[in-house]
Design a protein around this ligand. Structure first.
Ligand code: DON
Length: 347
Protein backbone atom coordinates (compact mmCIF):
# COMPACT_ATOMS: atom_id res chain seq x y z
CA UNK A 1 0.00 0.00 0.00
CA UNK A 2 1.51 3.30 -1.05
CA UNK A 3 0.92 6.18 1.32
CA UNK A 4 -0.08 9.51 -0.15
CA UNK A 5 2.39 12.28 0.52
CA UNK A 6 1.25 15.16 2.70
CA UNK A 7 3.04 17.66 0.48
CA UNK A 8 2.55 17.92 -3.25
CA UNK A 9 4.27 19.96 -5.89
CA UNK A 10 1.76 22.47 -7.16
CA UNK A 11 1.16 26.12 -8.12
CA UNK A 12 -1.46 27.84 -10.25
CA UNK A 13 -1.97 29.29 -13.71
CA UNK A 14 -0.82 32.87 -14.31
CA UNK A 15 -3.22 35.85 -14.32
CA UNK A 16 -6.45 35.09 -16.32
CA UNK A 17 -5.92 37.93 -18.82
CA UNK A 18 -2.45 36.60 -19.60
CA UNK A 19 -3.73 33.03 -20.09
CA UNK A 20 -6.55 34.14 -22.43
CA UNK A 21 -4.07 36.33 -24.35
CA UNK A 22 -1.66 33.43 -24.84
CA UNK A 23 -4.39 30.99 -25.87
CA UNK A 24 -5.58 33.49 -28.50
CA UNK A 25 -2.00 34.13 -29.61
CA UNK A 26 -1.32 30.39 -30.07
CA UNK A 27 -4.45 30.08 -32.21
CA UNK A 28 -3.54 33.11 -34.37
CA UNK A 29 -0.01 31.88 -34.81
CA UNK A 30 -0.68 28.23 -35.73
CA UNK A 31 -3.96 28.32 -37.63
CA UNK A 32 -2.11 28.96 -40.91
CA UNK A 33 0.08 25.84 -40.47
CA UNK A 34 -0.92 23.38 -43.19
CA UNK A 35 1.40 20.43 -42.54
CA UNK A 36 0.04 17.01 -41.62
CA UNK A 37 -2.71 14.77 -42.98
CA UNK A 38 -6.14 13.94 -41.63
CA UNK A 39 -6.36 10.26 -40.56
CA UNK A 40 -8.14 8.13 -43.14
CA UNK A 41 -7.80 4.56 -41.87
CA UNK A 42 -11.14 5.11 -40.12
CA UNK A 43 -13.28 6.17 -43.14
CA UNK A 44 -15.53 8.54 -41.14
CA UNK A 45 -12.50 10.54 -39.95
CA UNK A 46 -11.25 11.20 -43.48
CA UNK A 47 -14.23 13.49 -44.13
CA UNK A 48 -13.32 15.94 -41.33
CA UNK A 49 -12.35 19.52 -42.27
CA UNK A 50 -8.58 20.01 -41.82
CA UNK A 51 -8.92 23.72 -40.97
CA UNK A 52 -10.88 23.11 -37.74
CA UNK A 53 -8.79 24.34 -34.81
CA UNK A 54 -9.86 24.87 -31.22
CA UNK A 55 -7.93 25.35 -27.99
CA UNK A 56 -9.15 25.32 -24.40
CA UNK A 57 -7.27 25.70 -21.10
CA UNK A 58 -9.06 24.71 -17.88
CA UNK A 59 -7.63 25.62 -14.49
CA UNK A 60 -8.02 23.59 -11.30
CA UNK A 61 -9.87 26.53 -9.74
CA UNK A 62 -12.60 26.31 -12.39
CA UNK A 63 -11.27 28.88 -14.87
CA UNK A 64 -11.88 28.15 -18.58
CA UNK A 65 -10.13 29.93 -21.49
CA UNK A 66 -11.12 29.04 -25.05
CA UNK A 67 -10.58 30.09 -28.63
CA UNK A 68 -11.61 28.93 -32.13
CA UNK A 69 -13.48 25.64 -32.61
CA UNK A 70 -13.32 24.66 -28.94
CA UNK A 71 -16.99 23.60 -29.02
CA UNK A 72 -16.78 21.56 -32.22
CA UNK A 73 -17.64 17.88 -31.51
CA UNK A 74 -15.35 15.01 -32.56
CA UNK A 75 -14.66 11.43 -31.48
CA UNK A 76 -12.27 11.14 -28.54
CA UNK A 77 -10.24 8.21 -30.00
CA UNK A 78 -6.98 7.50 -28.13
CA UNK A 79 -7.41 10.46 -25.80
CA UNK A 80 -9.89 8.12 -24.07
CA UNK A 81 -7.03 5.85 -22.95
CA UNK A 82 -5.80 7.75 -19.86
CA UNK A 83 -9.38 8.23 -18.60
CA UNK A 84 -10.17 4.54 -19.07
CA UNK A 85 -6.99 3.62 -17.20
CA UNK A 86 -7.99 6.07 -14.44
CA UNK A 87 -11.43 4.46 -14.08
CA UNK A 88 -9.91 0.96 -13.99
CA UNK A 89 -7.31 2.01 -11.36
CA UNK A 90 -10.21 3.32 -9.31
CA UNK A 91 -12.18 0.10 -9.79
CA UNK A 92 -9.45 -2.52 -9.14
CA UNK A 93 -6.58 -0.56 -7.57
CA UNK A 94 -3.43 0.81 -9.20
CA UNK A 95 -1.22 -2.16 -8.34
CA UNK A 96 -3.65 -4.73 -9.76
CA UNK A 97 -3.96 -2.54 -12.85
CA UNK A 98 -0.18 -2.34 -13.29
CA UNK A 99 0.21 -6.11 -12.84
CA UNK A 100 -2.39 -6.91 -15.50
CA UNK A 101 -1.60 -4.21 -18.06
CA UNK A 102 2.05 -3.12 -17.68
CA UNK A 103 3.24 0.48 -17.53
CA UNK A 104 6.46 0.47 -19.55
CA UNK A 105 6.99 2.20 -22.84
CA UNK A 106 6.89 0.05 -25.98
CA UNK A 107 8.72 2.63 -28.14
CA UNK A 108 6.50 1.41 -30.99
CA UNK A 109 3.50 2.81 -32.90
CA UNK A 110 0.08 2.79 -31.25
CA UNK A 111 -1.25 -0.20 -33.18
CA UNK A 112 1.87 -2.37 -32.96
CA UNK A 113 1.42 -6.13 -32.66
CA UNK A 114 5.16 -6.62 -32.11
CA UNK A 115 4.78 -4.62 -28.88
CA UNK A 116 2.72 -7.49 -27.42
CA UNK A 117 5.19 -10.14 -28.55
CA UNK A 118 8.19 -8.20 -27.27
CA UNK A 119 6.64 -7.09 -23.97
CA UNK A 120 7.32 -9.19 -20.89
CA UNK A 121 4.59 -11.85 -20.84
CA UNK A 122 2.42 -9.92 -23.32
CA UNK A 123 2.35 -6.74 -21.20
CA UNK A 124 2.42 -3.32 -22.86
CA UNK A 125 0.87 -0.18 -21.33
CA UNK A 126 -2.62 1.38 -21.27
CA UNK A 127 -1.74 4.11 -23.83
CA UNK A 128 -1.16 1.80 -26.83
CA UNK A 129 -4.01 -0.10 -28.47
CA UNK A 130 -3.08 -3.51 -27.02
CA UNK A 131 -2.90 -2.28 -23.42
CA UNK A 132 -5.92 -0.04 -23.95
CA UNK A 133 -8.13 -2.90 -25.18
CA UNK A 134 -6.95 -4.91 -22.15
CA UNK A 135 -7.79 -1.92 -19.92
CA UNK A 136 -11.30 -1.72 -21.36
CA UNK A 137 -11.71 -5.46 -20.76
CA UNK A 138 -11.17 -4.76 -17.04
CA UNK A 139 -14.10 -2.31 -16.80
CA UNK A 140 -16.51 -3.53 -14.13
CA UNK A 141 -19.56 -5.41 -15.46
CA UNK A 142 -20.35 -8.97 -16.53
CA UNK A 143 -21.64 -7.98 -19.95
CA UNK A 144 -20.42 -5.71 -22.73
CA UNK A 145 -23.50 -3.56 -22.15
CA UNK A 146 -22.67 -3.13 -18.42
CA UNK A 147 -19.05 -2.26 -19.24
CA UNK A 148 -20.17 0.31 -21.80
CA UNK A 149 -22.56 1.92 -19.27
CA UNK A 150 -19.71 2.12 -16.72
CA UNK A 151 -17.44 3.77 -19.31
CA UNK A 152 -19.96 6.30 -20.60
CA UNK A 153 -20.95 7.23 -17.07
CA UNK A 154 -17.33 7.60 -15.87
CA UNK A 155 -16.28 9.68 -18.89
CA UNK A 156 -19.35 11.90 -18.43
CA UNK A 157 -18.33 12.57 -14.83
CA UNK A 158 -14.85 13.54 -16.01
CA UNK A 159 -16.42 15.95 -18.54
CA UNK A 160 -19.11 17.24 -16.18
CA UNK A 161 -21.87 16.59 -18.72
CA UNK A 162 -23.50 13.56 -20.35
CA UNK A 163 -21.40 12.35 -23.30
CA UNK A 164 -22.86 10.31 -26.12
CA UNK A 165 -21.67 8.00 -28.88
CA UNK A 166 -20.84 9.21 -32.37
CA UNK A 167 -22.71 6.39 -34.12
CA UNK A 168 -21.25 7.13 -37.53
CA UNK A 169 -17.63 6.99 -36.32
CA UNK A 170 -18.36 3.87 -34.25
CA UNK A 171 -19.90 2.02 -37.19
CA UNK A 172 -17.16 3.16 -39.54
CA UNK A 173 -14.38 1.94 -37.22
CA UNK A 174 -16.21 -1.27 -36.25
CA UNK A 175 -16.44 -2.17 -39.95
CA UNK A 176 -12.69 -1.68 -40.51
CA UNK A 177 -11.32 -2.93 -37.21
CA UNK A 178 -9.43 -6.08 -38.16
CA UNK A 179 -6.08 -4.94 -36.74
CA UNK A 180 -7.54 -4.27 -33.26
CA UNK A 181 -9.32 -7.65 -33.39
CA UNK A 182 -5.97 -9.26 -34.25
CA UNK A 183 -4.30 -7.48 -31.31
CA UNK A 184 -7.09 -8.67 -28.98
CA UNK A 185 -6.71 -12.27 -30.21
CA UNK A 186 -2.97 -12.08 -29.60
CA UNK A 187 -3.56 -10.74 -26.08
CA UNK A 188 -5.88 -13.69 -25.46
CA UNK A 189 -3.01 -16.05 -26.33
CA UNK A 190 -0.97 -14.46 -23.54
CA UNK A 191 -4.01 -14.38 -21.21
CA UNK A 192 -3.63 -10.62 -21.13
CA UNK A 193 -7.24 -9.75 -21.95
CA UNK A 194 -9.83 -10.15 -19.24
CA UNK A 195 -13.10 -10.46 -21.14
CA UNK A 196 -14.19 -11.93 -24.45
CA UNK A 197 -11.66 -10.43 -26.95
CA UNK A 198 -14.22 -9.65 -29.67
CA UNK A 199 -16.64 -8.00 -27.24
CA UNK A 200 -13.83 -6.12 -25.46
CA UNK A 201 -12.66 -4.74 -28.82
CA UNK A 202 -16.19 -3.65 -29.62
CA UNK A 203 -16.56 -1.81 -26.29
CA UNK A 204 -13.11 -0.21 -26.82
CA UNK A 205 -14.26 0.94 -30.29
CA UNK A 206 -17.33 2.57 -28.73
CA UNK A 207 -15.15 4.20 -26.08
CA UNK A 208 -13.01 5.71 -28.87
CA UNK A 209 -16.17 7.01 -30.60
CA UNK A 210 -17.46 8.97 -27.59
CA UNK A 211 -18.22 12.51 -28.77
CA UNK A 212 -16.39 15.35 -27.00
CA UNK A 213 -15.18 18.90 -27.63
CA UNK A 214 -11.81 20.52 -26.84
CA UNK A 215 -13.55 22.19 -23.91
CA UNK A 216 -14.72 18.80 -22.58
CA UNK A 217 -11.20 17.40 -22.91
CA UNK A 218 -9.68 20.39 -21.09
CA UNK A 219 -12.09 19.85 -18.16
CA UNK A 220 -11.50 16.08 -18.18
CA UNK A 221 -7.74 16.55 -18.21
CA UNK A 222 -7.91 19.29 -15.55
CA UNK A 223 -9.65 16.69 -13.35
CA UNK A 224 -6.45 14.63 -13.61
CA UNK A 225 -4.51 17.78 -12.60
CA UNK A 226 -6.84 18.36 -9.65
CA UNK A 227 -6.57 15.23 -7.52
CA UNK A 228 -9.44 13.58 -9.39
CA UNK A 229 -12.06 16.27 -8.61
CA UNK A 230 -13.79 17.87 -11.61
CA UNK A 231 -12.87 21.57 -11.27
CA UNK A 232 -16.22 22.76 -12.67
CA UNK A 233 -18.75 20.43 -11.04
CA UNK A 234 -16.51 19.79 -7.96
CA UNK A 235 -17.54 16.12 -8.19
CA UNK A 236 -14.86 13.62 -7.09
CA UNK A 237 -14.36 11.30 -10.08
CA UNK A 238 -11.34 9.24 -8.98
CA UNK A 239 -9.16 9.25 -5.86
CA UNK A 240 -6.19 11.62 -5.91
CA UNK A 241 -3.66 8.77 -5.72
CA UNK A 242 -4.70 7.47 -9.16
CA UNK A 243 -4.00 10.79 -10.91
CA UNK A 244 -0.26 10.54 -10.38
CA UNK A 245 -0.16 7.03 -11.84
CA UNK A 246 -2.24 7.97 -14.87
CA UNK A 247 -0.02 11.00 -15.53
CA UNK A 248 3.12 8.86 -15.15
CA UNK A 249 1.91 6.46 -17.84
CA UNK A 250 1.01 9.41 -20.09
CA UNK A 251 4.58 10.68 -19.74
CA UNK A 252 5.98 7.26 -20.60
CA UNK A 253 3.80 6.45 -23.57
CA UNK A 254 1.16 9.12 -24.27
CA UNK A 255 2.69 9.99 -27.64
CA UNK A 256 3.84 6.45 -28.40
CA UNK A 257 7.26 6.30 -30.08
CA UNK A 258 7.57 10.10 -29.96
CA UNK A 259 6.92 10.36 -26.20
CA UNK A 260 10.58 11.27 -25.59
CA UNK A 261 10.52 14.16 -28.06
CA UNK A 262 7.24 15.36 -26.58
CA UNK A 263 8.59 15.34 -23.03
CA UNK A 264 11.80 17.05 -24.13
CA UNK A 265 9.74 19.84 -25.66
CA UNK A 266 6.88 20.30 -23.19
CA UNK A 267 8.01 18.68 -19.93
CA UNK A 268 4.42 17.57 -19.30
CA UNK A 269 2.22 14.45 -19.55
CA UNK A 270 0.30 14.43 -22.82
CA UNK A 271 -2.00 12.25 -24.92
CA UNK A 272 -2.94 12.39 -28.55
CA UNK A 273 -5.67 10.83 -30.66
CA UNK A 274 -6.16 10.23 -34.40
CA UNK A 275 -9.16 12.53 -34.57
CA UNK A 276 -6.67 15.39 -33.96
CA UNK A 277 -7.23 15.91 -30.24
CA UNK A 278 -4.46 16.41 -27.70
CA UNK A 279 -4.42 16.92 -23.95
CA UNK A 280 -1.54 18.22 -21.86
CA UNK A 281 -1.72 18.17 -18.07
CA UNK A 282 0.02 20.50 -15.60
CA UNK A 283 -0.43 18.77 -12.21
CA UNK A 284 -2.01 21.06 -9.63
CA UNK A 285 -2.48 23.86 -12.15
CA UNK A 286 -4.78 22.74 -14.95
CA UNK A 287 -4.79 21.32 -18.45
CA UNK A 288 -4.75 22.26 -22.07
CA UNK A 289 -6.73 20.58 -24.85
CA UNK A 290 -6.64 21.21 -28.56
CA UNK A 291 -8.43 19.92 -31.63
CA UNK A 292 -6.86 20.12 -35.07
CA UNK A 293 -7.24 17.08 -37.37
CA UNK A 294 -4.04 17.08 -39.52
CA UNK A 295 -1.54 14.58 -38.03
CA UNK A 296 2.19 13.91 -38.35
CA UNK A 297 3.64 10.50 -39.29
CA UNK A 298 3.30 9.18 -35.72
CA UNK A 299 -0.42 10.09 -35.61
CA UNK A 300 -0.16 13.24 -33.46
CA UNK A 301 -1.85 16.55 -34.29
CA UNK A 302 0.64 18.98 -35.86
CA UNK A 303 -1.01 22.18 -34.59
CA UNK A 304 -1.73 20.51 -31.26
CA UNK A 305 1.94 19.83 -30.64
CA UNK A 306 2.93 23.38 -31.58
CA UNK A 307 0.25 24.76 -29.27
CA UNK A 308 1.31 22.58 -26.34
CA UNK A 309 4.96 23.53 -26.78
CA UNK A 310 4.20 27.25 -26.86
CA UNK A 311 1.75 27.25 -23.97
CA UNK A 312 3.87 24.99 -21.76
CA UNK A 313 6.76 27.46 -22.06
CA UNK A 314 4.76 30.70 -21.89
CA UNK A 315 2.48 29.62 -19.05
CA UNK A 316 5.45 28.30 -17.07
CA UNK A 317 4.12 24.74 -16.92
CA UNK A 318 7.20 22.59 -17.73
CA UNK A 319 7.67 20.26 -14.76
CA UNK A 320 11.43 20.16 -15.22
CA UNK A 321 12.08 23.90 -15.54
CA UNK A 322 13.79 25.65 -12.62
CA UNK A 323 15.57 28.91 -11.88
CA UNK A 324 18.40 29.37 -9.40
CA UNK A 325 16.82 30.08 -6.00
CA UNK A 326 18.01 32.60 -3.40
CA UNK A 327 19.80 30.68 -0.66
CA UNK A 328 17.96 30.01 2.58
CA UNK A 329 19.16 32.37 5.33
CA UNK A 330 20.83 29.50 7.15
CA UNK A 331 22.53 28.00 4.06
CA UNK A 332 26.33 28.17 3.68
CA UNK A 333 27.21 31.08 1.39
CA UNK A 334 23.97 32.92 2.11
CA UNK A 335 24.33 36.63 1.44
CA UNK A 336 21.63 37.45 3.96
CA UNK A 337 23.30 38.69 7.18
CA UNK A 338 22.98 36.21 9.99
CA UNK A 339 21.66 37.38 13.34
CA UNK A 340 24.42 39.35 15.11
CA UNK A 341 26.59 37.08 17.22
CA UNK A 342 26.35 37.54 20.93
CA UNK A 343 29.36 39.62 22.17
CA UNK A 344 32.06 37.46 23.66
CA UNK A 345 32.28 38.08 27.31
CA UNK A 346 35.56 39.28 28.75
CA UNK A 347 36.79 41.14 25.63
O1 DON B 1 -7.94 1.97 -32.05
C1 DON B 1 -7.72 2.83 -32.90
O2 DON B 1 -6.96 2.64 -33.83
C2 DON B 1 -8.42 4.17 -32.77
N1 DON B 1 -9.75 3.97 -32.24
C3 DON B 1 -7.66 5.09 -31.87
C4 DON B 1 -6.22 5.27 -32.28
C5 DON B 1 -5.64 6.60 -31.90
O3 DON B 1 -6.33 7.56 -31.64
C6 DON B 1 -4.16 6.70 -31.98
N2 DON B 1 -3.70 8.02 -31.60
N3 DON B 1 -2.92 8.81 -31.96
Amino acid sequence: MIEQANCISTGHLPDPALVQGLVTQAHDRFRSVTEGRVADYIPALAAVRPDLFGICVAGTRGEVFEVGDSDHPFSIQSVSKPFMFALVCQAIGEEAARERLGVNSTGLPFNSVIAVERGADGLTNPMVNAGAIATTSLAPGDTAEAKWRFIRDGFSRFAGRGLDLDEEVYRSEAATNQSNLDVAALLAGYQRIYFDPVEATDVYTKQCALRVTARDLAVMAATLANGGVNPLTREPVIDAIHCQHVLAVMVTAGLYESSGDWLYETGLPGKSGVSGAMITVAPGKGALASFSPPLDEAGNSVRGQLTARLLSAELGLNLFASRPAAPAPSAPGSTKPLAPAAPLSGI
